[in-house]
Write a protein that binds this ligand. Structure first.
Ligand code: FAD
Length: 385
C-alpha cells in the first residue's frame, strides 16, 4: 500500500484527533437519543470533509481515494453515522465531477465542497432496490422541464440535502431497460415531498426517508451530463466509490469494536487471569485483528485501483463484501468478549453490533456483490493480479 503524502496524512490525523476528542465522548448519547449531530457535522464542514472528492477550481481539499477511505474509516471508528452523512454526498459530488456539464459543475460543486449544500442519492424504491433496472420513477419531458413522478425510499440525508440525484426512467419503454435510465439532479420544490425519518435498528442520528415526486417539474438543465439514457452507467461508476466508502465504514466500526474488546480482555479477569489468556478469547482477538487487517487492505487496494482510472467494481465489491461480513463477525465477537456487559447499552459494543448490518445491505446487498464479483471474474478470465 502506498503511503499517503504528508498533507493527506495530516488530514487523516486531524480527523482521528477530532474523533477521539469530540466524537467518541458524545456518540453514545447522541445515538441513543437519535439526535442529528449538528455540531459534529459543522466541524466536519470546517475540516473540509464534504469536499474530499471535489478538485480545484471547485474545491480546496481533494484527496486521493485511499485518503478518502482512511478518513471514512476514522469517522466510523467514532460513529458510523458521521461517515454516512458524507458517503452519498461524496458519491453525488463525484458523479458531478465525472459527468456533470460545465454549468452543472459551476452551479453545485463549490457549495457541495464546503458542505454549504449537502447531497443525497435516490435509487431505492418501495418496490425494490436491488433490481434497479425495474425502477418505476418516470421523468417525462415537457418543454424545458421533466415532469417527475414516483416514490423512493430509505434515502439517507434526504431532509437536509439541498441536492438529490434521482435515478429515473426518461424512456420507460427502452430495451434493455438501462438505456432508458437517467439521473436527474433535484432540488426541493413543489411536487417533491420528503417524509419523516424511517425508524432504524442502528445508523441513528442521520435520517433515511421516503421521497414522493408528484408531477414535480425539474429543469432539463438538471439532467446529469445533459444526455438521456446515461444514468445507469453513471450510477454504476459512482457506486464503485460508494462501495469503497461502505467498506471503509465497516473497517472503522470493526476497528472500534476490536479496540474496546482488546482493552476489556486485558482488564477483565476470570479464573485468576486476564480473559485474553483463555484460549477461546485470545483466538477471538487474533481472528478479529486478522479479518480487520485483511478488510483494510482490500479496501485500500480498491481505492488505489479507482485512482488509476481502472474499472474496479470487482475490487470494490470484494472490499465491501469482505469488510461488511468481517465487521458483523467482529462486532459479535466484541459482544462475546464483553460477556453480560456486551449486552448493555452502557457499553459501545452494542452500538457497533447494531450498525454493522447496514454495511451488508447498503450500496448493493452482499448477495448482489457476489453477482457483481462472479460476473467480473468471468469477464476478466479469473483473477487478473
Ligand atoms: C439505513 C439505510 C439507508 C439507506 N440509504 C439509501 C440511500 O441513501 N439511497 C438509496 O437509494 N438507497 C438507500 N438504502 C437502500 C438500500 O440500498 C437497499 O435496501 C438495498 O439496495 C436492497 O434493496 P431492497 O431493500 O429493496 O431489497 P430487495 O432488492 O428487495 O432484496 C431483498 C433480498 O433479496 C436479495 N436479492 C435480490 N435480488 C437478488 C439477486 N439477483 N441475487 C441474489 N439475491 C438477491 C437481496 O440481496 C436481499 O437479501 C438504504 C437502506 C438502509 C437500510
Amino acid at each position: 500500500m502506498p503511503d499517503l503524502v504528508a498533507e493527506e496524512q495530516q488530514m487523516v490525523d486531524l480527523v482521528a484527533k477530532f474523533v477521539d476528542n469530540e466524537v467518541r465522548p458524545v456518540a453514545s448519547e447522541l445515538e441513543h437519543a437519535d439526535t442529528y449531530p449538528e455540531a459534529l457535522i459543522e466541524a466536519m464542514k470546517a475540516m473540509g470533509v464534504f469536499g474530499l472528492v471535489i478538485p480545484r477550481p471547485y474545491g480546496d481539499v481533494a484527496v486521493s481515494t485511499p485518503c478518502f477511505a482512511r478518513i471514512a474509516m476514522e469517522l466510523s471508528r467514532g460513529w458510523m453515522s458521521l461517515a454516512g452523512a458524507m458517503g452519498t454526498h461524496s458519491v453525488v459530488s463525484q458523479l458531478l465531477v465525472l459527468f456533470g456539464t460545465a454549468e452543472q459543475k459551476e452551479r453545485w460543486l463549490p457549495r457541495l465542497a464546503t458542505g454549504a449544500i449537502r447531497a443525497a442519492m435516490a435509487l431505492t424504491e418501495p418496490g425494490g432496490g436491488s433490481d434497479l433496472q425495474a425502477l418505476r420513477t418516470v421523468a417525462r419531458r415537457d418543454g424545458d422541464s421533466y415532469v417527475l413522478r414516483g416514490n423512493k425510499t430509505w434515502i439517507t440525508n434526504a431532509q437536509r440535502a439541498g441536492l438529490i440525484a434521482v435515478l429515473c426512467k426518461t424512456d420507460p419503454d427502452a430495451r434493455p431497460a438501462h438505456r432508458g435510465i437517467s439521473l436527474l439532479l433535484c432540488e426541493k420544490g413543489p411536487g417533491f415531498t420528503v417524509s419523516r425519518s424511517l425508524p432504524k435498528l442502528g445508523y441513528k442520528g442521520v435520517e433515511s426517508c421516503e421521497l414522493a415526486f408528484d408531477d414535480c417539474r425539474v429543469p432539463v438543465g438538471n439532467l446529469l451530463g445533459g444526455v438521456e439514457g446515461q444514468g445507469f452507467a453513471q450510477m454504476m461508476k459512482g457506486l464503485e466509490l460508494g462501495r469503497i466508502q461502505v467498506a471503509s465504514r465497516a473497517v472503522g466500526v470493526a476497528t472500534a469494536a476490536f479496540a474496546d474488546a482488546f482493552r476489556y480482555a486485558q482488564q477483565r479477569e476470570a479464573f485468576g487471569q486476564p480473559i485474553w489468556q483463555h484460549e477461546s478469547v485470545g483466538n477471538y482477538l487474533a481472528d478479529m485483528a486478522t479479518k480487520i487487517s485483511a478488510a483494510r487492505l482490500l479496501t485500500l487496494d480498491a481505492a488505489v485501483r479507482l485512482d488509476r482510472g481502472e474499472r474496479c467494481d470487482l475490487e470494490a465489491g470484494m472490499a465491501k463484501l469482505f469488510a461488511s461480513e468481517a465487521c458483523m463477525d467482529v462486532t459479535l465477537k466484541a459482544i462475546r468478549i464483553h460477556g453480560g456487559n456486551g449486552y448493555s447499552t452502557e457499553f459501545d459494543v452494542e452500538r457497533y453490533f447494531r450498525d454493522a448490518p447496514l454495511m451488508i445491505v447498503g450500496e448493493g446487498t452482499n448477495e448482489i456483490q457476489h453477482n457483481v464479483i462472479v460476473g467480473q471474474l468471468i469477464r476478466r478470465g479469473g483473477l487478473d493480479w
